[in-house]
Ligand binder design. Structure first.
Ligand code: AMP
Length: 590
């Protein structure tokens, strides 16, 4: 299709007129980031002026940023819990938002062991939809021909609960997939999925996954991209295929859907799609019965151009495993979002995972940034390249100056909108004494030890979590590892695993090593290898307690007793660090 030259974009030549409009919108928003932010805050404050929350701070009609910032405190979820509870209990008065709270979105971040309830209003769906509509126009700049095939995406809903006052409480993606925005989306050749809506919307996760995988297999030559929301979800799908490939092959051989799939709408939908195809059945058996699953994604779906999956933040640890299964396909991290608010998108989605930056879209919410170690929040356009900040949002739904809990580093700007590298979630710590280990430090240490393991015996760390074990004196770090042994003849030895313990200690920060070496206040690090499938059980456990499959992230640190007990009951071997890591006194200054 010829694209009107007036609509061409500095981001690159758009694939079609619709894309051109989307790219223009990105340009417009990012060029005018400061004005967009100023107007957006004024609009929120005008609209919500009579809410109980804003009246409390005597803004007296002011809608400017300075007054807002001088009168309202920066808050956390805990500060807002009484108001949220009242709304959940059925108080319909305008407490946080002038527009009625339409539902609660359940965040995977917890507050004292409970999932957080994020209030939202109906129009937020439009805002989320708007951000989604920008993703393919950007992707089309980098990967041509995506209108010539389909996406195999593993997307799930979770059955929802109701608050005592009758409002739905469900994960943001469940809310989105169940909305008309998703279900009645107009046909877009660039955004065709192999999974039928019936499968995505089936609340039984086994039947949903089974059907989505089966449809992906049936349509395998059309698949141009394979994805899930987070990397862990995609790996779960690959594991599902590993467990059930012979059932898929049988269904395809006979043209008859497995009787365990009882959902009526799925059966009805598949009856038009599933026909006997002995050749495809034979192909699947041949591809899957091999011991070697390296590159399985490209063997089954040979036209796949990239994986569409988030591998930033806590998901970075899955990169090597995904590379193994996909034969090194590029991984695109397209967007950065949360239950509180969708934040922005990656304008260079084919960049290496370690270089991914998200451009915050100034029309999504009012954003402020607290410099790490500082207290005064700065505006979106005033952040400095190279500096780290904690993200604070003010949303249309009534969150005001709310700490999201994410730490971001500025990597650059697109026009006047900053681009951020996701550094970590705040306060994910292991601590025994004065040592403090955050998520990215732990990740680095696991990566280093994992490299050693790979070199010595061709084994990868497929999953990990940690635990500060204070039942010993001194306490020590425990790492639970699930391994991906790629060569059965080279099982990792006890000796190699204990060197992995030491390698991790060497990689941890100097305060940790000082505690180990000089103060003896931290004991030798321990690795407990758990049997295969344990982390899946962990996820099933979390899901049984109400977590969402789409949003589930393996906790990098566990301290909830039933989870620790579950992990301990699956341990197959235990190793400790055999000696002290290096530490030099002059490093004390850190
Ligand atoms: P939830 O509210 O459960 O959807 O979780 C939202 C959180 O997931 C965010 O605040 C981030 O900590 C994390 N997250 C979301 N998108 C990304 C991303 N693209 N990269 C890294 N972490 C992300």
């Amino acid at each position: 299709m010829a694209v009107d030259s007036n609509l061409s974009s500095p981001l690159g030549p758009p694939a079609c007129e619709k894309d051109a409009k989307a790219l223009c919108f990105i340009e417009e928003m990012t060029r005018n980031a400061d004005a967009v932010q100023e107007n957006l805050l004024a609009e929120i404050l005008r609209r919500n002026a009579d809410t109980e929350y804003l009246r409390r701070f005597n803004l007296c009609g002011a809608t400017d940023r300075d007054t807002f910032k001088s009168k309202l405190p920066i808050i956390t979820y805990e500060d807002l819990q009484p108001e949220i509870q009242r709304i959940a209990d059925g108080d319909r008065s305008p407490i946080l938002s002038a527009h009625p709270i339409s539902e609660f979105l359940t965040s995977s971040g917890t507050s004292a062991g409970e999932r957080k309830l994020m209030p939202t209003i109906r129009e937020e769906l439009d805002r989320r939809q708007l951000l989604y509509s920008l993703l393919m126009p950007v992707m089309n700049l980098y990967v041509p021909g995506l209108d010539k095939g389909k996406g195999l995406y593993f997307l799930f809903v979770k059955s929802e609960t109701k608050t005592p006052g009758g409002l739905p409480a469900r994960p943001v993606l469940t809310s989105y997939y169940k909305s008309d925005h998703f279900r009645s989306r107009p046909y877009d050749p660039y955004n065709v999925y192999t999974s039928p809506n019936e499968a995505i919307l089936c609340p039984d996760s086994f039947q949903s996954m089974y059907t989505q995988m089966l449809c992906g297999l049936l349509d395998r030559l059309s698949v141009l991209r394979v994805g899930a929301v987070f990397a862990s979800g995609l790996l779960r799908a690959i594991r599902f295929l590993q467990l059930h490939w012979s059932r898929f092959a049988n269904d395809i051989q006979l043209g008859y859907l497995d009787p365990e799939i009882t959902n009526r709408s799925i059966r009805q939908c598949l009856s038009g799609i599933l026909k006997p195809d002995p050749n495809l059945a034979e192909f699947i058996r041949h591809a899957c019965e091999s011991e070697n699953w390296e590159g399985i994604v490209t063997r089954i779906w040979p036209n796949t151009k990239y994986l569409d999956v988030i591998v930033t933040g806590a998901m970075a640890q899955y990169i090597p495993t995904l590379e193994f299964y996909s034969g090194g396909l590029p991984m695109a991290c397209t967007m950065y979002a949360s239950s509180e608010c969708y934040f922005g998108l990656n304008l260079n989605p084919m960049s290496k995972p370690s270089e991914v930056s998200y451009t915050i879209m100034p029309n999504m919410a009012y954003f402020e940034f607290i410099p790490l170690g500082g207290s005064k929040a700065v505006e979106l356009v005033d952040v400095k390249i190279g500096k780290e900040y904690e993200l604070v949002v003010t949303t249309y739904a009534g969150l005001c100056r709310y700490r999201v809990g994410d730490i971001l580093r500025v990597t650059g700007f697109h026009n006047s909108a900053p681009q951020f590298h996701f550094v970590r979630r705040k306060n994910v710590l292991l601590s025994i004494d004065s040592d403090k280990t955050d998520e990215s430090e732990l990740q680095k240490a696991v990566e280093n030890a994992s490299r050693l393991l790979l070199k010595e015996c061709g084994t990868r760390v497929a999953e990990y979590t940690s635990y500060a074990d204070t039942s010993t004196i001194p306490g020590h770090y425990v790492l639970y590892w699930e391994l991906l042994v790629m060569d059965g003849a080279r099982q990792p030895s006890q000796e190699t695993l204990s060197r992995c313990c030491l390698e991790m200690e060497e990689s941890l920060n100097s305060v940790y090593r000082q505690c180990r070496v000089a103060d003896s206040s931290v004991g030798p690090l321990e690795i407990r290898v758990v049997r295969n499938g344990t982390f899946e059980e962990l996820m099933d456990y979390a899901i049984s307690r109400g977590a969402s499959i789409n949003q589930y992230k393996v906790p990098r640190c566990v301290n909830f007793t039933p989870i620790v007990e579950l992990l301990d009951s699956r341990v197959v071997s235990v190793q400790f660090s055999p000696s002290l890591p290096h530490w030099m006194p002059e490093m004390r200054r850190r």
